[in-house]
Write a protein that binds this ligand. Structure first.
Ligand code: ADP
Ligand code: TZD
Ligand code: MG
Length: 576
């Protein structure tokens, strides 16, 4: 390996034949089709942002790295290319790391690139500016972590990061780039040659024919089959094949939160409104890109009402039997697996038993009818259902808008109330149920798709990333944020019975979040009825202007922890 050269200013002729670390990283990203970087600038990456912009990469500058990281993660989910987040060292890196860990947990491909201090000083712990052994810290929290020390290795480093992020089960990758690397120079031609255009970064993984047959045999013998679609199925972008499989099989399907819209929630086979019934009564369940984690009660217990046979379609073989026995593991990428299942069904497939599909439909119609009047109320102050009824109509009328959603009641009730009609239009708190994804997801969704974004946020949830409304205004993005303002976490009515401090779950009463948007030149609206709310959202989407609507919700309307109150240690204790 050559010792890194340092450019001498008087060697003008030579300098023309040189490139440096900054430009090699930028060229490597561009070569691999990366068009946008999300980040926060500072030493040592300020110049990087300038050079990247000059080279035609869009650089979106955030107010906090966690939001930039969340933006990169969801960009990865939406595009199947790794989203890039760029941060400074130690504190900037740590701020971005939460998003990287969350991306890995959710199987979203992203690359966190952080500048870092000099190895010599870090390793001797001599107290460099923002010193930290970032690679060691990132390693257990992501899918892969790499460091590049020599400019000549930048091409390979970026190639490895891209491949690691998108191949197999997608996830987060950390790439450590010490400050010195950016200033290293090398011969331009050698530099160009060192770059790698990653060929077929996420190769198809074809399932074994015997595994396909086994899955079809189990499915064929089912009396009460169910298909569960997860966000892995949405990520795979095999929309037509999945729809064909569902329709050909005639089996009721249940979409997980972010898989809503893969087939429309209004599809005759959608069992979303009969969730408890189908989980309890099904005898064979085919999971497609969904894990049997806490969100599915681990595949056992009361929710599931007795033993079932599971077929699981997933790219990660280790996922099989993670919670219960999988009778028919089908390992491969979803596009290839679903195509193989369809092939196997060609000719002699009998649709799912009519008594079962009829029973599911009856239950679903009953539940939808029960919910309908609640969603139509025009109460003021609004309750959740009244406000959500208005937003449900907005999405029905504008099915290509992207819905971002976080909070507790605001999340759980919106998930049920707002029907989705198109794939990858619902982005939410994901596997961890993490608060703080809101503005990062909204910004990246607007940038990556050019579609209008509606972010429906609990007032607490919004607070985790709220400063990014400035970013939304700065880039003039078509984002409409609706805050369900109930004065607090779950409810705004708690009191502190023993002291003068406010209760821990309450916020300043009657806050006007709409004024935050106005502070940065966006549109702020206060809405106190569902009609007002609907009008304000329509105006925001029609105009495309950054808008924040403070939707005043009855502070007594919510329940503790939304619908997962059963996970509270107190309620577990109460049950004992
Ligand atoms: P949900 O929360 O919607 O139930 P999960 O995040 O739990 O979804 O599950 C997603 C699953 O999809 C993961 O187990 C992941 O390995 C899998 N997955 C992601 N992309 C693909 C793909 N292209 N092909 C097959 N499986 C995939
Ligand atoms: N911190 C992080 C990062 N994630 C979390 N999930 C929480 C804290 C705990 N938490 C929830 O699980 S929901 C929630 C918190 C703080 C906020 C709920 O309040 P909200 O929604 O105003 O957003 P509602 O409509 O008032 O229920
Ligand atoms: Mg709230």
């Amino acid at each position: 390996m050559d010792t890194p050269a340092v450019a001498k200013p008087n060697e003008a002729q030579d300098a023309q034949d040189l490139t440096d670390g900054f430009h090699l990283v930028i060229d490597a990203l561009k070569l691999n089709g990366i068009k946008t970087i999300y980040g926060v600038p500072g030493i040592p990456i300020t110049d990087f942002g300038r050079f990247a912009q000059a080279a035609g990469i869009r650089v979106i500058s955030f107010r906090h790295e966690q939001n930039a990281g969340n933006a990169a993660a969801i960009a990865g989910y939406l595009t199947k290319k790794p989203g890039i987040c760029l941060t400074v060292s130690a504190p900037g890196f740590l701020n971005g790391l939460t998003a990287l860990a969350n991306a890995t947990t959710n199987c979203f491909p992203m690359i966190l690139i952080s500048g870092s201090s000099e190895r010599e000083i870090v390793d001797l712990q001599q107290g460099d500016y923002e010193e930290m052994d970032q690679l060691a810290i990132a390693k257990p929290l992501c899918k892969a972590a790499f460091r590049v020390l020599h400019a000549a290795d930048i091409g390979i480093g970026i190639a490895r990061a891209i491949r690691a992020a998108v191949s197999g089960r997608p996830g987060g990758v950390y790439l450590d780039l010490p400050a010195k690397l950016f200033a290293q120079v090398m011969n331009r031609e050698a530099g160009e040659k060192s770059l790698v255009a990653v060929i077929d970064p996420a190769p198809a993984q074809i399932p074994a024919p015997s595994a396909v047959k086994r899955a079809l045999d189990v499915l064929k013998n089912a009396k009460r089959p169910l298909i569960i679609l997860g966000k892995g199925a949405a990520y795979a972008q095999a929309d037509d094949a999945i729809r064909a499989l569902v329709e050909k099989s005639g089996i009721p399907f249940l979409p997980m939160s972010m898989a809503k819209g893969l087939l429309p929630d209004t599809h005759p086979q959608c069992a979303g409104a009969a969730r408890s019934t189908v989980l309890q009564q099904s005898d064979v369940v085919m999971l497609i890109g969904a894990r049997l984690n806490w969100l599915l009660s681990h595949g056992k217990g009361k929710t599931w009402g007795g033993a079932k046979k599971f077929i699981q379609v997933d790219i990660d073989p280790k996922e099989m039997d993670s919670n219960v026995e999988i009778a028919a593991p089908l390992v491969g990428d979803i596009g290839s697996c679903v195509a193989a299942l369809l092939d196997g069904m060609a000719g002699n497939w009998t649709a799912a038993p009519a008594d079962w599909t009829g029973a599911v439909k009856a239950k679903k119609d009953e539940n939808i009818a029960k919910m309908a009047p609640r969603l139509m109320n025009n109460n003021s102050p609004m309750d959740y259902h009244g406000a959500l009824g208005a937003l449900r109509t907005v999405i029905k009328e504008r099915p290509d808008a992207i819905l971002v959603n976080e909070g507790a009641n605001t999340l759980d009730l919106a998930r049920g109330a707002i029907d989705m009609y198109q794939p990858r239009k619902r982005l939410d708190v994901g596997t961890w149920g993490v608060m703080g994804i809101g503005m990062g997801f909204a910004i990246a969704a607007a940038i990556e798709t050019g579609k209008p974004v509606l972010a429906v946020e609990g007032d607490s949830a919004f607070g985790f990333s709220g400063m990014e409304v400035e970013t939304i205004c700065r880039y003039n993005l078509p984002v409409c944020v609706v805050i369900f303002n109930n004065n607090g976490i779950y409810r705004g009515t708690d009191t502190n019975s023993v002291g003068s401090d406010p209760a821990t779950t309450t916020f300043v009463k009657g806050s006007r979040y709409d004024k935050m948007m106005e502070a940065f030149g966006g549109v702020g609206v206060q809405a106190t009825t569902p009609d007002e709310l609907k009008r304000a959202v329509d105006a925001a989407i029609d105009s495309g202007q950054p808008t924040l609507i403070n939707a005043v919700i009855d502070p007594a309307a919510g329940s503790e922890s939304g619908r997962i109150g059963n996970l509270n240690p107190q309620s577990v204790l109460r049950k004992k």
